[in-house]
Write a protein that binds this ligand. Structure first.
Ligand code: BG6
Length: 469
């Protein structure tokens, strides 16, 4: 089987992780500009001030993407570049940068797939309560409209938010992301609801503009599986999926929240403050979503947690995806299993779980169009005689593309695959050491770009439409 012509074989990035130019051309300060400067927050104090300088080198980068043959490039717009103070004037220089980037992609026939929020928010808004403040919702909708109006003639695929669960849980539970708050469950749930409302309102606004493109959201997809057949562990996996999948997917695709979670958090006093109008907006927007984007890196293996009283200290490593933690409510725990394979950063490698997860998703949400908006291997790539021989990445992506083929043959409505990432970039908390790209960036020599072995391999995969996968 080949990947059909209308299946995008692409790759992705995000503004803060690649652009740099943090204070150029009128860009406002973002929450990440501030957060990464707090001692101890990131690996060796790395930040995105310069990142890989995509802001200045986008032409060179897009040219490399064209050489690779990418069907599509997923990138994000930096909100503080467009509206520096979050809610005021539009910065024309910011518009100009993305106009140029979009035009450069189109020049080579690369379809731009644009994410509006990949975590960098104007600091002014973060200071005023960020996603816990409903004024942020209004500001986001205004920003989204500004983007639709400026770029919508050429951009026909929009993602509102990237991984709500990650920026909300790290922002308000583990404190690993801005605003760095720990253990505030009420704020965590409030933030998620406000994001879903911002998404729903933006979708409605987009459809009003009649630009005839697609709009959706990107969620983490880490389906939970019980480690065995014990009833208590199966209940733990159910609980994990309700809190981490259903709580996120239902309000978007069904326009309502799952009863199971509502009942629990109502008892505990964590129910978000919501209005009937907001709940109606979720219902109104749900059928207007054109697709769901999934970022799939790994599944979760879970057991019932018995030591509920214990407070688990999160380290940088285990707060960014490696198993070993109890859930915030102490109900279940993720575990590492002896018979599974893991990356250097402790993330499980399991293409089979993607297929199983997608089948469950189909049972819950039917035939909604799906894009895999991120999937990839974080590694320290071997350099041998000046060549970047990233064989493990090739194996990883190949296995996942094979799983995608299988899922398509089982009737899953998959329409694209975006490898994370197109180029080596700043890993939010793990600096530049954790590499994901097809293109290597030499931090010792002027940020020079170099093609990795995987670059040539992916080029061939695209040329052959995956025939030999
Ligand atoms: C996803 C994010 O969570 O995972 C990306 O959308 C991120 O922005 C990627 O880079 C990998 O995470 P990490 O922690 O390995 O950089």
């Amino acid at each position: 089987m080949k990947f059909p012509k209308d299946f995008f074989l692409g790759a992705a990035s995000a503004s803060y992780q690649v652009e740099g130019a943090w204070n150029e051309d009128g860009k406002g300060v973002s929450n990440w500009d501030v957060f990464t400067k707090i001692p101890g927050k990131t690996f060796e104090g790395t930040n995105g001030d310069v990142a890989v300088d995509h802001y200045h080198r986008y032409k060179e980068d897009v040219k490399l993407m064209a050489e690779m043959g990418l069907d599509s490039y997923r990138f994000s717009v930096s909100w503080p570049r467009i509206i520096p103070d979050g809610d005021g004037e539009i910065n024309q220089k910011g518009i100009e940068f993305y106009n140029n980037l979009i035009d450069e992609c189109l020049k080579y026939g690369i379809v731009p797939f644009v994410t509006l929020y990949h975590w960098d928010m104007p600091e002014v808004l973060e200071k005023a309560g960020g996603w816990t403040n409903k004024k942020t919702v209004d500001a986001f909708v205004k920003y989204a409209k500004a983007c639709f109006e400026a770029f919508g003639d050429r951009v026909k695929r929009w993602i509102t938010f990237n991984e709500t669960i990650v920026f909300c849980s790290n922002g308000y539970l583990s404190g690993a992301h801005p605003p760095g708050i720990t253990g505030d469950v009420k704020k965590y749930f409030q933030a998620t609801h406000n994001v879903f409302t911002a998404h729903a309102r933006s979708v409605i606004e987009y459809k009003k503009l009649k630009q005839y493109g697609e709009i959706g959201i990107t969620h983490v997809f880490s389906p939970a599986f019980s480690v065995d057949d014990k009833e208590e562990n199966k209940a733990a996996a159910y609980h994990a999926n309700q809190y981490e999948i259903t709580w996120y997917y239902d309000p978007i695709l069904k326009g309502k929240y799952p009863e199971y979670v509502i009942k629990n958090i109502e008892k505990q006093g964590f129910l978000p403050d919501w209005t009937d109008e907001e709940l109606n907006t979720l219902r109104e927007a749900a059928p207007l979503n054109d697709f769901i984007g999934l970022n799939y890196y790994q599944p979760q293996r879970v057991i019932k947690n018995h030591d509920t009283g214990e407070k688990i200290e999160r380290t940088r490593e285990n707060s960014t995806g490696a198993p070993g933690n109890a859930s915030f409510d102490g109900f279940y725990r993720t575990v590492k299993m002896d018979d599974k394979t893991y990356t250097k950063w402790g993330w499980e490698i399991s293409p089979e779980s993607l297929i199983l997860g997608l089948e469950k998703l189909k049972e819950q949400y039917g035939d909604i169009k799906i894009y895999i908006t991120e999937n990839g291997l974080g590694d320290q790539d071997p350099i041998i005689e000046d060549e970047i021989l990233d064989m493990p990445r090739i194996k990883f992506i190949e296995a996942h593309l094979r799983a995608i083929k299988e899922a398509i043959s089982r009737g899953i409505n998959l329409k694209g695959y975006y490898a994370w990432s197109v180029i080596d970039l700043l890993s939010w908390l793990n600096g530049y050491k954790k590499q994901y790209g097809f293109i290597y960036v030499d931090h010792k020599h002027n940020l020079d770009r170099k093609k990795k072995l995987s670059f040539y391999w992916y080029k061939k995969v695209i040329e052959e439409r995956g025939k030999n996968i």
